[in-house]
Design a protein around this ligand. Structure first.
Ligand code: KIV
Ligand code: NA
Length: 278
């Protein structure tokens, strides 16, 4: 499978071939994404904070932690484009600090593009990063890093004013150089409208079926996350059940002495040697 490039993603968008993005947080999940030629983008999302590290919020994730996981994911990534979230706070100080942190993501984390949540307030940064060759995927709509100011994880753009602002913001982010944008938790009509009014690919999550692509969090899609299930989540596998069954079978086999089997699962000493040993 050929390496997925920005140009290839743009072609998919232009010819209405849906783009598929899935998150990964470590080497085995990265391998699972790369094993399927139909996965176009692997995202080291900062959902890493909750589903993988057990934090309550993405705002607790540090840049060092993100880079550590990016390095594991890159070792398991082949054809998908590799994108990662810049953690909360790592791009909110000065422009120079934000650029330095993005450079760390690329140089140390070895990812190919950074994803940034935000609107007009990050337009200058998007321009600066893209102008020095760091590709940026924007993220509009519900911004999980701001769930406290948003008073929760709520559908965005439900009234005309906020929908208009989001369309305007999306166009500004495109003009600033974003090669693509995630659109999260908006009514499907707005997901479609934004998609038709920017020329770069839109990747929806809870944004309806008419965006250029879709993304889901690994643990939501594979059924390994027992927390809240948003309306837009579909479980494509139930790994939780398979995993629990496996743990149970292992534990009971140890407890009842049936594991390991003395023949099939144990090493045997040559009998002559054993007699001398005794
Ligand atoms: O952190 C994440 O996993 C994300 C995607 C769901 C878009 O930002
Ligand atoms: Na994220």
């Amino acid at each position: 499978t050929e390496k997925v490039t920005i140009q290839a993603l743009q072609k998919m968008r232009d010819s209405r071939i849906p783009i598929s993005m899935l998150t990964a947080y470590d080497y085995p999940t990265a391998l699972a994404c790369s094993a399927n030629p139909s996965i176009d983008i692997t995202l080291v999302g900062d959902s890493l904070a909750q589903v993988c590290l057990g934090y309550k919020s993405t705002t607790q994730l540090t840049l060092d932690e993100m880079i550590h996981h990016c390095r594991a994911v890159v070792r398991g990534t082949t054809h998908p484009m590799l994108v990662a979230d810049m953690p909360f706070g790592s791009y909110h100080g000065s422009m120079d600090e934000a650029v330095n942190n993005a450079v760390r993501m690329v140089r140390e984390g070895q990812i190919e593009a950074v994803k940034l949540e935000g609107g007009e307030e990050i337009v200058d940064l998007v321009h600066r990063l893209t102008s020095v060759g760091i590709p940026v995927m924007a993220h509009v709509g519900l911004l999980p890093q701001r769930h406290v100011s948003f008073s929760g994880f709520k559908v965005q753009g439900k009234n005309i004013e906020s929908a208009k602002r989001m369309v305007k913001t999306s166009k500004l982010l495109e003009q600033a150089g974003a090669f693509s944008m995630v659109v999260e938790a908006v009514p499907k009509e707005l997901g479609k409208y934004i998609t038709e009014n920017v020329s770069v690919p839109t990747i929806g999550i809870g944004a309806g079926p008419w965006t250029s692509g879709q993304v889901l969090v690994w643990d939501d899609a594979m059924g390994t996350w027992l927390g809240h299930k948003a309306k837009f989540v579909r479980r494509f596998a139930n790994l939780q059940t398979a995993r629990d069954t496996g743990v149970q079978s292992y534990a009971s086999a140890v407890k009842d002495g049936s594991f390991p089997d003395p023949q099939r699962e144990s090493y045997t000493l040559d009998q002559a040697e054993w007699t001398r040993f005794l």
